[in-house]
Design a binder for this molecule. Structure first.
Ligand code: NAD
Length: 505
């Protein structure tokens, strides 16, 4: 009989990871940000272990690339079904492991289901072009071919959706996947892996090693980054990580898909409908406890209503801080915990710097200190101008409110940060809306919609220090395949050369 006392979330973990004992070890302590309780202690992969997983992925690639794409789509369709059946349990585990409120956990799993559906349709639409040749009896074609094993390095804040954005596409494109989740959220990855294995088990065309999880930190991630057999590394996380990883991949001429930090702003013009603007700012700023890459970090408000907007937001921030921060599993909670103490310390350091120039600071203090988690009241900072600290991404619910006088100035303030992920304007003036779309330097530019909460149908990603990657919808699938141009001559005369070159003996 076991003498170890049962932990609070043990049933939630075991329900989705029946083989948990196989992963147990003493390297990686996984805790819940909800209350700091232990969820599991895991064994990290060794360097040799990661290399062997790449070997296995290479073997899987040889057979998977031969499976017709629509048939590959059928595997992803079945994965989508398994996710539907396990949506609630997986959403709960997402909440337990990363701390986002259950409603957002459900949204994250729904995003996985949506991208599976998208990828199933895509599996019949991996089109190339037929191009007019300048030579007689020649045909020129573009062929799209499977690429090889894809490494997916993911961040803690979207512990499962980011994998699916990559994996659903990679799988229909003919590529095996190697997933290195954040060391803070390995259990949700193992849960998804279990679901995948169950589906693959009943699918005769799926080779062993088609999807594998690598447990560990940046060290294990680095093995994937440096191995030349991994043609594409899709890495989601901080700009600091992307700078290291991007350079290493470039040095071996690999392909990098980088999804890094954001510093997203909403411009609120004089014509804005505040009934639309205020809720959008709130969800964008305090949703997911400010721990989304697309979180609204800056509100750039026209001076004519700068004070009014600040006061309106202040009222709601105080209300949220007093009654809506708490256990993310509990109904009514809007703001869960920060991921860890480091996140809290980083937020406090940013607030200390901001205070030097701020007109007013609301919230930002720790709350629910007895809980064992790092809960914080969302912070709202009224600034005179965009100071140095506003240029940083602080991964917490910390929103700066800045004034502007002309739209030109607003756009300048908007673009004057190193990141370029998501942006929004609140306006009822079509001219302002169109000017904004043209001049925002971000990968996402919304009108009367906040900065966070993208749909999977569009290509997701950003410019500048956000890394330039695009994943999920539109034609993002092209990153997971290699393009080949092929010219065929079907005539019987002596072949002619391009550009009319004569090469006679
Ligand atoms: P992080 O950079 O600390 O870690 C992300 C992942 O990278 C983890 O799996 C980590 O182990 C791995 N990693 C770190 N250094 C590495 C290295 N040198 N080699 C290989 N792997 C390495 O990020 P985090 O704290 O987990 O997540 C928060 C950050 O992620 C924020 O900056 C946020 O904006 C960003 N993010 C971006 C997107 C996007 O789509 N643009 C989405 C989610 C999160």
């Amino acid at each position: 009989m076991s003498t170890t006392p049962k932990t609070r979330f043990e049933d939630d973990v075991r329900r989705l990871i029946p083989a948990l004992d196989e992963y147990r070890g003493s390297d990686l302590l996984v805790t819940s940000p909800i209350d700091g309780s232990e969820l599991a202690t895991l064994r990290n992969d060794t360097v040799v272990g990661v290399t062997q997983k790449i070997d296995r992925a290479m073997v899987a690639f040889r057979s998977w690339r031969e499976v017709p794409a629509p048939r590959r789509g059928e595997l992803v369709r079945r994965l989508g079904e398994a996710l539907r059946q396990n949506k609630e349990a997986l959403a709960r585990l997402v909440t337990i492991e990363c701390g986002k409120i259950l409603e957002e956990g459900r949204g994250e799993v729904q995003e996985m289901i949506d991208i599976c559906d998208f990828a199933v349709g895509l599996s019949r639409q991996l089109y190339g072009l037929t191009i007019a040749s300048e030579r007689p009896n020649h045909v020129m074609q573009e062929n799209w071919l499977p690429l090889g094993p894809v490494a997916i390095i993911s961040a803690f804040n979207f512990p499962v959706a980011v994998w699916s954005w990559n994996a659903a596409l990679a799988l229909v494109c003919g590529d095996p996947c190697l997933w290195k989740p954040s060391h803070s959220t390995p259990l949700t990855a193992l849960a998804v892996q279990s679901l995948f294995e169950e589906v693959a088990e009943g699918f005769a065309d799926a080779p062993k090693g088609l999807s594998q999880v690598v447990i560990g930190t940046h060290e294990q991630g680095n093995v994937l980054v440096e191995d030349h057999r991994v043609p594409l590394v899709s890495a989601t996380g901080s700009t600091r990580m992307g700078r290291i990883v991007g350079q290493k991949i470039a040095a071996r001429f690999g392909r990098a898909l980088l999804e890094l930090g954001g510093n997203n702003a909403i411009i609120v013009t004089p014509s804005a409908d505040l009934g639309v603007a205020i809720p959008s700012i709130l969800f964008g700023s305090v949703g997911t406890a400010g721990q989304r890459c697309t979180t609204t970090r800056r509100v750039i408000a026209h001076r004519s209503h700068f004070d009014q907007i600040f006061e309106t937001l202040k009222k709601v921030y105080l209300q949220i801080g007093d009654s809506k921060v708490g256990d993310p599993l509990a109904q009514g909670t809007l703001v869960g915990p920060l991921i860890n103490k480091q996140a809290f310390d980083d937020m406090q350091a940013a607030l200390d710097k901001a205070r030097r120039d701020a007109i007013e600071v609301v919230g930002g203090t720790r709350t629910l200190t007895e809980s064992g988690g790092w809960y914080v009241k969302p912070a709202l900072v009224k600034m005179r101008r965009q100071t140095e600290i506003v240029h940083d991404e602080t991964f917490a619910p910390l929103t700066y409110v800045l004034p502007y006088d002309s739209l030109e100035e607003a756009l300048e303030i908007h673009n004057d940060v190193p990141q370029g992920l998501s942006s929004a304007i609140m306006t009822t003036d079509v001219r302002e809306a169109e000017a904004f779309k043209r001049f925002s330097d971000c990968g996402i530019a919304n009108v009367n919609i906040g900065t966070s909460g993208a749909e999977i149908g569009g290509a997701f990603g950003g410019e500048k220090e956000t890394g330039g990657g695009r994943e999920s919808g539109s034609d993002s699938w092209r990153a997971y395949m290699r393009r080949q141009t092929s010219t065929t001559y079907f005539g019987s005369e002596k072949p002619s050369l391009a550009q009319g070159i004569k090469f006679e003996l």
